[in-house]
Design a protein around this ligand. Structure first.
Ligand SMILES: [Zn+2]
Length: 152
């Protein structure tokens, strides 16, 4: 079955309308699309692997650092009270290791908390945050990643 993560990673058919937010040695940070939540990003493994036990120690180490920076940057962007970090990689065509980093707003209704937040990802393009807004968010997060890596 065709993997949409690999297809997006290679640039053949990108999922995000914006640029890649950050490219590490092993991972890419991308904004999801369509989504009803600004700042809902994914950290996607660059190579195809379907389960966490297949990852190398180096891949996990880099993931930890990218996850830490991503959480802080989406908090800064959205003012969320916490960030969810979720990896199922179960949807059809998405059986490829990726972690969702999701801003959880203070006023998120109870019925959307926890795994139910995925209701906000499964939206149609017309209910989504507009493409141009996502492009702007990607550019802004990309700049913040660059500033972070220049400072360390
Ligand atoms: Zn893949």
């Amino acid at each position: 079955m065709e993997c949409y993560c690999c297809r997006s990673n290679s640039g053949e058919k990108r999922i995000s309308p914006g640029p890649v937010i950050y490219e590490g040695k092993y991972w890419l940070v991308e904004h999801t699309y369509p989504t009803a939540l600004k700042g809902w990003v994914v950290i996607v493994l660059k190579r195809h692997a379907e389960s966490l036990h297949e990852l190398t120690n180096e891949e996990f180490l880099e993931f930890g650092e990218i996850c830490s920076i991503t959480s802080k940057l989406i908090n800064e962007l959205t003012g969320c009270v916490k960030e969810y970090c979720i990896s199922y990689s179960e949807a059809e065509h998405f059986n490829h290791v990726h972690f969702h980093i999701i801003p959880r707003a203070a006023d998120l209704p109870d019925e959307l908390k926890g795994s139910k937040i995925f209701t906000l990802l499964k939206v149609s393009e017309c209910e989504s945050v507009p493409e141009q807004e996502i492009i702007d968010i990607c550019k802004s997060l990309k700049d913040k990643f660059d500033i972070y890596y220049k400072s360390v």
